[in-house]
Design a protein around this ligand. Structure first.
Ligand SMILES: Cc1cc2nc3c(=O)[nH]c(=O)nc-3n(C[C@H](O)[C@H](O)[C@H](O)COP(=O)(O)O)c2cc1C
Ligand SMILES: C=C(O[C@@H]1CC(C(=O)O)=C[C@@H](OP(=O)(O)O)[C@H]1O)C(=O)O
Length: 348
């Protein structure tokens, strides 16, 4: 399967096209909208989230609530478009450190960095959550569940303390990042492959996770900690009890690029939001003089939102790998293939 997104943050709409979905997959608009709502939430979001009320419009690929095998196109309208479309907008010439502003302006030869930030914005992640909710529906039919949680914000684990830290950052014109964990349960042995570098499941997951705006690091299972411990502690012993099992799951469900039947565990680090109310130093690209970076409005933190986005991109990866392994043109064909594979594993 494949998908593309399009749309600018203050443009008319975001869209996504998914190609390669099986037919007869139920598409529940209420579920997609509830996922979109989850992504808009979390303490520390800025003024924009009070404007948007993301809802999905399905433009093609579905009849009577089920996919028909043709490309599925999805659209989310930007409510803020109405507020911006007739506005006289200031040309942005003072790039914000931590954003694509300056490098993007040089790369695409743009003197107004609005032409870069409009697409670089994480508004795009709304489209990815819509795509992810379709992937989750497919996974649900195979009893595979994707969950996420926020482990830390600004280095703080305690939820009440986090709120205080977000309030403090807001007061000081600063921002915070955090750590997110995604756990995928019910994944069968055998997704991904050791035989080619670009088929390794851990590599594919890392690629998709790193593609999310502001994600700066990813680890699978014990991750960075595994470098500090001996092999006798890190590797998960195998035993048999009607099926092959592991006493521990330091590998995070993937060995040699292949899922091993244990839950897949991925963690990611999100950097602090780069647009600061108390702006960082920057240079005006026209005058070359030192100024403060541009500020209009911004989130103080968006780790909760990113957590929903990471669930979505991970769901996509696993759904895509399931399609490669059990793929068929209809959901019935996939379920049949999956049943046979499960029987094969039991008898191995
Ligand atoms: C859900 C979400 C919301 C975000 N909100 C903001 C924001 O309000 N202001 C901002 O400057 N950056 C925000 N970001 C981060 C930037 O989009 C991101 O850091 C920027 O595009 C540069 O990309 P990079 O950090 O991946 O290099 C957000 C990211 C996510 C995932
Ligand atoms: C719009 C969303 O996030 C936006 C991501 C974002 C950025 O620079 O990444 C900047 C902010 O947008 P604005 O400049 O319009 O206030 C966030 O609100 C969203 O998550 O739906």
């Amino acid at each position: 399967m494949r998908y593309l997104t399009s749309g600018e943050t203050h443009g008319e709409a975001l869209t996504a096209i998914i190609e390669g979905l099986p037919s007869n997959l139920p598409v529940d608009v209420n579920f997609i909208n509830s996922e979109l709502r989850r992504r808009q939430g979390g303490y520390g979001r800025g003024g924009r989230m009070a404007i948007e009320q993301d809802t999905i419009h399905i433009l093609s690929g579905v009849r009577e609530g089920k996919t028909i095998g043709s490309p599925l196109s999805l659209m989310i309208l930007n409510r803020d478009f109405e507020n911006w479309k007739d506005k006289e907008l200031k040309v942005i010439t003072r790039p914000r450190p931590g954003h694509a502003d300056l490098s993007g302006a040089i790369k695409y030869n743009q003197r107004d960095m609005r032409n870069i930030l409009e697409r670089a914005s994480a508004r795009e992640t709304a489209a990815r959550v819509a795509v992810g909710s379709i992937a989750k529906t497919l996974l649900n039919m195979l009893d595979i569940k994707v969950k996420s949680s926020v482990l830390e914000i600004g280095g703080i684990r305690d939820e009440n303390e986090r709120i205080k830290a977000i309030d403090k950052a807001k007061k000081e014109g600063d921002t915070l990042g955090g750590i997110i964990e995604v756990i995928i349960e019910g994944v069968p042995v055998g997704l991904g492959s050791h035989v080619q570098w670009d088929r390794k499941l851990d590599a594919i997951l890392a690629y998709h996770i790193m593609s999310v705006q502001a994600i700066k690091a990813v680890e699978i299972g014990l991750g960075f900690e595994s470098a500090k411990k001996p092999g006798s502690i890190v590797h998960d012993g195998i035993y048999y009890d009607g099926e092959f099992l592991r006493a521990t799951n330091n590998a995070g469900g993937i060995e040699g690029g292949i899922s091993n039947g244990m839950p897949i565990i991925a963690r990611a680090a999100m950097k602090p939001i780069p647009t600061l109310k108390k702006p960082l130093k920057s240079v005006d690209i026209n005058t070359k003089e030192q100024f403060e970076a541009a500020y209009e409005r911004s989130d103080v933190t968006a780790v909760e939102a990113a957590s929903v986005v990471l669930e979505s991109v991970c769901a996509w990866v696993i759904a895509d790998e399931c399609m490669k392994k059990f793929g068929g043109d209809s959901i019935e064909e996939i379920l049949n293939n999956y049943k046979m594979y499960k029987k094969y594993i039991k008898e191995f």
